[in-house]
Design a protein around this ligand. Sequence first.
Ligand code: ADP
Ligand code: MG
Length: 245
Amino acid sequence: MSSINQRLNNNLLQLELLEIKSYLPNYLEQVTAGKMSFSEALLALTTKELNYKHQAQVERTITRARFPSVKTLEAFDFTFQPSIKKQEILELKSLAFMDKAENILLVGSPGVGKTHLAIALGREACQQGARVLFINCHELLLRLRKADDKDELDRALNRYARYDLLIIDELGYLPIKHDEANLFFQLINARYERKSTIITSNSALSSWVDIFQNPTVTAAILDRLVHHVHTIRITGKSYRLKTKL
Ligand code: ADP
Ligand code: MG
């Protein structure tokens, strides 16, 4: 008997069914005692394995998304920020916006929760198995510029265009050079009507022309971005200062 158990454990190990392996003794006991049928036990065990594998997959997706911190919608205090319509955010949580390749712009002064909401929505997308990347705007531009310098722009653009959800954080904290604005346009254009992009910015859209320093490119970027967009303007106080008071 013990050799059968040993071989069974060995098989489960080789098949990487580690959840089943660890729960098996409990279920064997119940089946032997007649408290559960073999099929019921097998169903329970395989369900445990599936849940575990799904959760591990979600965690890998979250790691690859490179979020700078863990933020969730559950942890967001909507009463502190009444300019945000809770219902609108909860609708975004359904991720229907991604099926329609719609974008989200989160605009507001520092500390109002733009990055928090962007990460929280990104995590929801990871839960659903989407490929997500969170990247700071200037890091993104730097990478595109480096790729361009090495004659590898197409490859880089392809890569960033493929993410199901791209979160570009902190657009407009620094001015953007003319050639970078062009690169940014190419990326937005590549994702247009195909994949969703979330952008956080402390600048209203009307001042983006000062950020990109080129009215033609700014118009082209805005044209693509806002064609299908949910704009969340947050006008409240900084949550960072709240905790200091
Ligand atoms: P922003 O990106 O708009 O500058 P953040 O999203 O980084 O601001 O928010 C600053 C800090 O305050 C973060 O730690 C964030 O989790 C927290 N925070 C902001 N708004 C809220 C809120 N309404 N409820 C809970 N935490 C919040
Ligand atoms: Mg931020």
